[in-house]
Design a protein around this ligand. Sequence first.
Ligand code: SF4
Ligand code: SF4
Length: 464
Amino acid sequence: MSHHPKSDRELDGISRRNFVRIGSVALAGGAGLGGRAFPAAAGKRPGLFPAPSQEARIQSYRTLGRTGWRVSDVGMGSVPLRESTVVRYAYDKGVNYFDTAEGYGNGSAERAIGEAMPHMDRAKIFIATKSRMRDGDSAEAIVDRVRKSLDRLKTDYVDSYSIHLCSTVAALSHPGYHAAMDQLKAEGRVRFTGVSYHGPGGGRDDSMADVLIAAAEDGRFDTVLLVYNFLNYEEGDRILAACKANDVGTTAMKTSPGVLRYEPLDPDNLTERQAAYLERLARRGQSRESALERLEAQTLRQKDLYERTRPFVERYGLTTEEQLRLGAVHWVLQNPDMHTACVAFTNFDLIDKVIPLSGNQLGAAETKLLEECRLALADQYCRHGCRACGASCPHDVPVSTIMRYAYYYEGQGYEKYAMSLYAGLKGKGASVCSDCLGDCAGACPHGIDIQPNMLQVHDLLTLA
Ligand code: SF4
Ligand code: SF4
């Protein structure tokens, strides 16, 4: 398949009145795929995407590399999962690949899958779970963690157990992990192994392609979980090629590249989100005036991004932001080398919208829409897993990681989680950017202006 955008870019305008009325737009957001409306365009041109259906079932199953499993092209991600009924509903639609992790909701996601387990035929589903491997984690400790996952999942075995958030090639050889997997495989508790990469943890970590191509060629790993979407596929395509050559199973996450929201700021008529933001600042002792200033700075950034998207929102008659997100998932499904694309289902409605994409061909209008979106936003979206600007920063600020946390906050709505991750960087955050001469200027091959982004994101992620 070709991923290259076409050159035409007819960006037409809409009136200021409509701009304000539309109010918000989101390009994507891997988790919730929320459904706010675009009122100005409502009803204009329906039918870009397959219609939601309660009857639709998975239409395509692909072989997950050397595991030999035939997995549904749409898999289920579970970061925000808390409800077992959602798992059951996805299973009833033919989804048979369930991705989870010990750390999702401190075990809550695994527990929700476990609660659904009695409803499912265990032999017909692939359960993939994972945990972080820290330096010094012993085989014994890892075996103990896996047993706890099995308890939560209410199963005797998991189909795969992966190194989660693996950000260096060296970490692929974690001795405790491999010793634990040898033992658990011998006991029949784990069938396959894998690796997930979410982004470099620091400026000196390896890139997604470095880590996952090494994993594919290593021989000890049966599956990989990678970031893959219509704005971030260059590294992914190289990884997929390596996986194909080595018969490694491929699974996608972050299929929708970030979020783009615009909420006009009217101090006398704040949205719920804006009011909550001001409240948090007030609790920290900030005056309303300075809090509004911060909010205004955020709003201006959103507005700039929004203005780039409004032409195609209009042209394609998009009625909900979900359509863009569904298009992004649909795009990933077109690549047969990606065996399953995990979507974090949070409710039945979302499942009814995504399942009709299974086995369905991307139409010309959708393709064009995504191409225009890509052109408009190419220099705005920090690619998860990228570290191309890493060497440019004298302070070793992990730009890609910090931008990813902002994506969790803005794109996925995990505000507290994102802020706690950022706080966990312990002095390696972007506060240093305010006193820096900006050595990173021009370092992003995608044209992202790093310093102002870092300053805004720092502001976003340091609110209590
Ligand atoms: S700012 Fe650009 S170079 Fe830096 S991590 Fe993001 S996409 Fe990569
Ligand atoms: S502004 Fe300075 S400290 Fe911040 S990422 Fe760029 S080079 Fe590093």
